[in-house]
Ligand binder design. Structure first.
Ligand code: ATP
Ligand code: MG
Length: 371
């Protein structure tokens, strides 16, 4: 082979190597680009996966901790899923009662009573990965039902109250006349002991009806108070004047230990009504010759009045109910007295505490000075 020919061949080979090198470099670059692209994609997938997991976790947390009980069952009635509230609910209900909720598959929304509780249930169709079933969303609406019942009761009470107020109002006027005529007659018949006793009974009866009517009217009205500073002893003296007939009849020893200087910041007419109701109850509770004591304590921020009797006391299982209207243990009691007492004390931002055992009952009333 000629030398020139060899040189030419070497040159061709060199060029071929150059081309090969260039192609390799291109290939390397493309591979690098591909690697970068793959890395970018992998990163994006990672972010998407994380987002998906966060969303799933969030949905799970919302569902698991929802206050509504959520239960999913398949068409055979097998449990597929339930949240925490559902777990508590299922634990708290008899297995046979659960059927009242889960046998219902057609209605989409209904209320059901289970034991002493009420539930609102919504049923929806469920389809996931080819499996069919039902989703139940269950809410305990017992409290809501009780509020509804209470509201209906209150509406009835309100109507009854309005009616009673109308009647009470109409009774009041002729009653006032009866009291005046009886007092005039009593004056004319001063010497006649027998007739005087009869008239005392009429006057006492009128006073009792009057105080019942005041209670009914106070019960039906919103209480508005106008406060000033009063000596407690003045308030008590007025009450005693009104109640002495009742006390004399039962030969009650009334022990007035109110401090002469103690003052109370209140609506005096309403506090008279309070004391009158409590003393009335004390008179009913004691035997003939029983004892009622009243005393007071004044501090920088409030004034307390204690009314104590040595009567039969209040049953421990009844004491929680005495301030509720229409709770009475007396044959002729309306059960309004203490509910009005409570309403008046609360309108004064005050407090009333009963303490009772057989042979001793104390009502402690506390009224703040400022407001
Ligand atoms: N000092 C007391 N000792 C024993 N029981 C009491 C005393 N005060 C209240 N009670 C009980 O609380 C119940 C409710 O009292 P409240 O004054 O509200 O109604 P009432 O006296 O029965 O009827 P009303 O006052 O409307 O005529 C009474 O029926 C009684 O059983
Ligand atoms: Mg009473």
């Amino acid at each position: 082979m000629e030398i020139d020919e060899k040189i030419e061949q070497i040159e061709l080979l060199r060029k071929a190597f150059d081309n090969f090198n260039q192609a390799t470099e291109k290939l390397q670059n493309s591979y690098k680009e591909l690697q970068d692209e793959a890395e970018k994609l992998r990163h994006e997938v990672e972010i998407k996966n994380k987002e998906l997991k966060d969303k799933t976790d969030l949905l799970n947390a919302v569902m698991m901790n929802a206050t509504s009980a959520i239960v999913v069952i398949n068409e055979n009635g097998d449990l597929i899923m339930r949240n925490n509230s559902a777990e508590d609910l299922i634990k708290s209900i008899d297995a046979k009662d659960l059927n009242k909720i889960f046998s219902e598959k057609k209605r989409s929304l209904f209320d059901v009573e289970v034991g002493n509780r009420f539930f609102n249930v919504s049923v929806g169709d469920f389809l996931f990965s080819g499996e069919k079933g039902y989703i139940y969303i269950i809410d305990d609406i017992t409290v809501l039902k009780e509020i509804e019942k209470e509201q209906r009761r209150n509406e009835h009470l309100k109507l009854m109250g309005e009616m009673a107020a109308g009647i009470a109002h109409d009774i009041r006027n002729p009653l006032g006349s009866i009291e005046i005529f009886a007092s005039l007659l009593k004056r004319d018949l001063e010497g006649d002991r027998e007739k005087n006793n009869l008239l005392n009974s009429i006057i006492k009866g009128v006073k009792t009806i009057n105080s019942t009517i005041s209670n009914i009217l106070l019960f039906t009205k919103d209480i508005r108070i106008t406060k000033s500073s009063f000596y407690i002893s003045d308030i008590i003296d007025d009450v005693i004047l009104f109640m002495k007939h009742l006390m004399n009849e039962k030969k009650i020893i009334f022990n007035n230990q109110i401090n002469e200087d103690d003052k109370i910041y209140c609506d005096a007419e309403l506090i008279k009504q309070v004391v009158m109701n409590i003393i009335h109850n004390a008179i009913d509770a004691v035997d003939i010759g029983g004892k009622i004591t009243i005393y007071s304590k004044e501090s920088e921020k409030d004034t307390s009045i204690f009314i104590e009797d040595n009567g039969h006391g209040i049953d421990p299982d009844f004491i929680d109910k005495i301030f509720m209207p229409f709770h009475s243990k007396k044959a002729k009691g309306t059960g309004l007295g203490l509910s009005i007492v409570y309403k008046i004390i609360k309108a004064h931002n005050g407090n009333i505490v009963p303490m009772s055992k057989p042979g001793q009952t104390i009502f402690k009333i506390t009224i703040p000075k400022g407001g």
